[in-house]
Design a binder for this molecule. Structure first.
Ligand code: UDP
Ligand code: MN
Length: 288
């Protein structure tokens, strides 16, 4: 599969930002506002025939709390100009709101079982995504982006975010030194790591369908091995994602513009917010 990472990037670059890190040690671009020409990215991806699957889970109370706002905001900001298929995974398909979709955009609702522990709902997404890519997504879409539902799009989240393997810098950690990253530090877990490159946020990850399939399958296997050994990684699927992305470096990294938490306050380097954390009501969401 053709990817826009590295080779074509140079020609799509507008310039650079001197106030932030725009490239990783392994030469993957870190995408910040002002670094790219959005129209050129869109045209290039359109001519290459890129199409995007967006996966999102709305299980239990998360459906009523977040799904409508997530989907409506996505219709205004996510990959406009490219074909997009939403894959909504829920235990209550009948409750998925009927929203008006733009041209070349469609929605597939897939029923999933509700795990009783929220940690399992979150972790088992890896298996469900891998299965959906194998049975459906790979026949229809070139790329896959996986999102938490408790978020709202507020600005362009466009084709500049597409790449072979895409990870997101966690808004709470991108300014912090590595020793403060909350990697899993338990040697008994498959997610254990002593050092790493960045602390990535599992609320957003993506890539070509085959890269995302490899990632989700690998994380699921590690999660299941941990279960057999009676351990659970500190931050569940996020710990496993961080371990995977350390061993298999992402080809593209998104700045925290792509998933910002307004409670952090204003930062000079955040010139635009593209996706925001929604308010979390864990007290009511995570009880039965
Ligand atoms: N989720 C869900 N129902 C649940 C728990 C989780 O649908 O009972 C999904 C939902 O998409 C959610 C994601 O799993 O956004 C991750 O969980 P959460 O957002 O609570 O994790 P956090 O953002 O706190 O890491
Ligand atoms: Mn979340």
């Amino acid at each position: 599969m053709l990817s826009l990472d590295n080779s074509v990037d140079a020609s799509l670059d507008l310039g650079s930002r001197s106030d932030v890190q725009t490239c990783t040690d392994w030469k993957a671009p870190i995408i910040w506002d002002g670094m790219f020409d959005p129209d050129l990215y869109d045209k290039t991806h359109q001519s290459e025939g890129s199409s995007v699957a967006l996966t999102v889970f709305a299980v239990g109370r998360y459906l009523d709390a977040y799904l409508l706002t997530f989907l409506n905001s996505s219709e205004h900001h996510f990959m406009l100009g490219l074909p997009v298929t939403y894959y909504v995974f829920t235990d209550t398909p009948e409750k998925v709101p009927d929203i008006k979709l733009g041209p070349q955009r469609s929605i597939k609702v897939i029923k999933v079982k509700r795990h009783s522990r929220w940690q399992d709902v979150s972790m088992m997404r890896m298996k469900t995504i891998a299965d959906a890519i194998e049975s459906d997504i790979r026949h229809h879409c070139t790329h896959v982006f996986c999102f938490d539902v408790d978020q709202v799009f507020t600005g362009r989240f466009g084709s500049e975010a597409l790449g072979d393997s895409v990870a997101l810098l966690h808004a709470h950690y991108y300014h912090l030194p590595e020793r403060l990253f909350t990697y899993d530090r338990n040697p008994k877990s498959k997610a254990y790591m002593e050092s790493g490159d960045f602390y990535y946020h599992a609320a957003v990850f993506g890539g070509s369908w085959n890269s995302v399939k490899a990632l989700t399958e690998s994380c699921y296997q590690s999660i299941m091995e941990d279960k057999e050994n009676d351990v659970e990684a500190l931050w569940h699927d996020e710990s496993h994602l961080n371990k995977y992305m350390w061993l298999q470096k992402p080809s593209r990294v998104l700045s925290p513009e792509y998933c910002w938490d307004t409670s952090i306050g204003d930062r000079n380097d955040i010139r635009v917010t593209r996706l925001l954390w929604a308010t979390k009501h864990y007290d009511t969401l995570r009880t039965d």
